[in-house]
Design a protein around this ligand. Structure first.
Ligand code: SF4
Length: 521
């Protein structure tokens, strides 16, 4: 069942749009970005917009009547499902092969915003800006019948925030005004992965600017939704469901976060049942009220991101967080009734040594000892990923650590945490390698990605075909020296002077260059 939280309007459609999510319906219905774009298109009386998922069986609009097909891209590996979906409906996979009658295929999302180079051949246009740039693009698409495909693409290339691969130009990220247009779940669905959960984006970006963090560097300055607007959204959500989630990279850093929590807490005290979840806590700031409100709302555990175990490494990556703050956060959480913490750590960060790993073990031991001394049961889970360099961040050109060295660290941590009774979630090094290749490559990988997709679109296919690709390209020194995907992932960039992703202007380049100079890159 679906409940629409916005008014449906009468339609006199000029064009039909398929808004696609490159995964199954339950993930699509949990994606605030995807649903927000759908709501925007669906609120335009001149567009007929249909939602399409990887597992869609029948469509309302027949394939021959689709004028445009858009994709919301969240992860690098979504590209395999995009290729499969284009094939499933009989559309040409590459923009240059599409005929006048085929739909205009477009895409957007943080992955493409940061570096669309490996995938650009698939799309007629890419929404580099945030959602606001799609409105003027749709006005152009509405006139699809009046212009040739090429004329449409030329017009689209003039829109701020829109990049047309056929007409390349430096493109600035356009920003949504979150106070004029607050984003919250527009459709509640019992099929959603987060069933009947009303998600409110209370902020976008993060002012902390950790050296590796794309969510921060791509979204400077961070934007916060005013309390009054958040309050209105909470009230609206509570008319339909009791599950509220607050979303953002730095949710607990919202300048009016205390007021938001107070507002929810008062509602609970008045007898309202609310299940609240927030994406992650700030380990440098929690207090009794926040934790007790979370506990009142049924939250049992919370997540904090430490990134690194040693103070030296946290300082180097600019994660502004002391050991005292971490221990204090755990103490407050336990005292106020949380049952455990998931602690998130990144392995293979630049300059990381065995001493840093040892200090991570020591820190977790201190946390464990402290929770034991407090006398109530408190579970600790350490969840890890490996460092992946991201475009537009100060660490964009940093090499990944050797696979063997990473494996040794993971094995050591596994043993150490097992002895302490701490649950340890190890990362998939090979998926992180794929992510690294796709994140910072400066070459068009369309033919390769189509081949991988045809071979199953899985890890094995990627690895095998990448090896073949390297062999065939031995003339390129950089590739010729790499015997495997693992080695290549360590040096994925090929043009530090002019990386492909700098065609996107996210407004933070000077700051990033300054930071890179300080780091001596
Ligand atoms: S505090 Fe978190 S969200 Fe903010 S920059 Fe650092 S890693 Fe990113």
């Amino acid at each position: 069942m679906e409940t629409f939280l916005y008014k449906k309007i009468e339609k006199t459609p000029k064009i039909n749009v398929w808004m696609a999510y490159p995964a199954i319906e339950s993930f699509a219905m949990a994606s605030l970005g995807y649903l927000s774009i759908f709501k925007m298109l669906d609120s335009d009386s001149e567009l007929y917009t249909e939602r399409i998922y990887q597992d869609t069986k029948n469509t309302v609009v027949p394939v021959d009547y689709v004028h445009a097909m858009g994709f919301s891209v969240s992860f690098e590996t979504d590209i395999f499902n995009i290729i499969k979906m284009l094939k499933k409906y009989g559309f040409n996979i590459k923009s240059k092969d599409r005929s006048e009658d085929e739909p205009i295929v477009f895409a957007g999302g943080p992955v493409l915003m940061s570096n669309f180079k490996p995938y650009e051949d698939f799309f007629d246009f890419i929404s580099v800006g945030e959602m606001c740039c799609l409105k003027p693009a749709m006005e152009i698409l509405k006139r699809k019948e009046e212009f040739s495909r090429d004329e449409l693409l030329k017009q689209l290339s003039e829109v701020e925030g829109i990049y047309v691969p056929k007409y390349p130009k430096k493109t600035k990220i356009t920003r949504d005004n979150l106070n004029e247009n607050i984003f919250y779940t527009p459709i509640l669905s019992d099929k959603s992965y987060f069933k009947d959960t009303f998600v409110i984006e209370i902020e976008r970006g993060c002012p902390k600017m950790c050296n590796f963090c794309m969510a921060s560097w791509l979204n400077l300055p961070a934007r916060f939704v005013k309390f009054e607007k958040v309050k209105e959204a909470i009230d609206l959500g509570l008319e339909y469901t009791n599950k509220i989630a607050l979303l953002g990279a730095y949710v607990a850093g919202h300048p009016e976060f205390e007021r938001i929590i107070d507002y929810i807490s008062e509602k609970i005290d008045d007898g309202k049942q609310i299940e609240l979840s927030i994406s992650s806590l700030r380990a440098d700031w929690v207090d009794d009220k926040l934790i007790s409100t979370l506990v009142k709302c049924g939250q049992k555990t919370a997540t904090i991101a430490l990134e690194a175990g040693s103070q030296r490494l946290r300082d180097y990556i600019k994660k502004d967080l002391t050991e005292e703050q971490i221990l204090n956060t755990v103490k407050i959480a336990q005292k106020n009734g949380l049952k455990g913490f998931k602690i998130y750590v990144m392995l293979g960060l630049p300059t990381e040594t065995d001493e840093d790993i040892e200090e991570l073990v020591n820190l977790i031991q201190k946390i464990k000892n402290q929770t034991k001394a407090q006398g109530t049961k408190f579970d600790i889970t350490v969840s890890t990923s490996t460092f992946v360099p991201k475009p537009h961040t100060p660490f964009e050109f940093v090499k990944r650590e050797d696979k063997k060295a990473l494996e040794n660290k993971i094995n050591y941590l596994k043993k150490s945490f097992h002895k302490m009774g701490v649950d340890f979630r190890s990362p998939s090094i090979e998926w992180d390698e794929i992510q690294a290749i796709l994140s910072v490559t400066c070459e068009d990988l369309s033919d390769f990605l189509i081949e991988v997709c045809e071979a199953g679109g899985n890890l094995g296919a990627f690895k095998q075909l990448w090896r073949k690709k390297l062999k065939n390209e031995k003339s390129d020194n950089r590739k010729g020296n790499c015997a495997s995907m693992t080695n290549f992932a360590k040096i994925p960039f090929n043009n530090i002077e002019a990386p492909a992703w700098e065609v996107v202007d996210c407004g933070s380049c000077d700051l990033k260059n300054k930071r890179q100079k300080e780091l001596c890159f």
